[in-house]
Write a protein that binds this ligand. Sequence first.
Ligand code: CP
Ligand code: NVA
Length: 299
Amino acid sequence: MRHLLDVDDLSPAELRQVLAFGAAPVAPRALEGHGMALLFEKPSARTRNSMEMAVVQLGGHPVTIRPDEVGLDTRETVEDVTRTLCCYHAAIGARVFEHAKLERMVAVSSVPVVNLLSDDAHPLQALADVLTLADELGGVDDLAGRSIAYVGDGNNVARSLALAAGMVGMDVRIATPAGYELSAADLERIRAAGVEPRCTHDPTEAVEGADAVYTDVWASMGQEAEASARREAFAGFTVDAALMVGAAEKAVFLHCLPAHRGEEVSSEVLEGPQSRVWPQAANRMHAARGALAWLMEHR
Ligand code: CP
Ligand code: NVA
């Protein structure tokens, strides 16, 4: 049974298969007559909608569940909820705080489990990011040797992006403030996937000549109480027109969204000609469809 808790659950060759499935014009009816449970402990606009529509495009029926509806670890254990959902569904997706909850699901699940974002990883976002870069730079096979600079918090999005971009051969640079780097465990995991990101505390250095510049919010879901301390710590890390000047002339700007204009990105860059955030959001559905079709084929 294959699961997708982060991009490195796939080999580099499998990652390319998933991306090819996502880019294919005709969707296989891989979920025909089946359901997929989509469980959310955190809010979502893109992930819920792109997943629901991906399931529909594969011929299946999505059932979205809010945490208060099942009472994860309050009304019932994560394991019992998972075993219950396996009675009705061909796959389970979950957006959770602690990544360990996904691992507990995997331990008892008889169907593929897909991470819809945890505190540690956001693999479906990273798949969509690589699809977007491929659309821009000629194709997945043309990404090797191209560069992407992530500027901001060393968070779930940074980890999965480093894995996915690195696994297709991109040069990955990551600029974070001191104290907000990717964890040692994350870096070890990224290196184990054969990716060696260049980490710095200098956004200008990271962005120098880059083909793509990426950022994400400074305070992720669950870190709202830290927002004002983080605004201070991240001073100088806004992706603005002055920072973009150092990137390649045709560089694109990416952001997983939701965005906080004036914090991690200026309005000018987010709305400007280099921004590809809407094609990137659209690719969430194609990436989700590719990942689900691949998982159904490799059960
Ligand atoms: N990028 C992303 O995952 O968006 P949502 O939180 O709206 O799903
Ligand atoms: N790092 C952000 C991503 C949101 C899509 C969060 O976890 O809230």
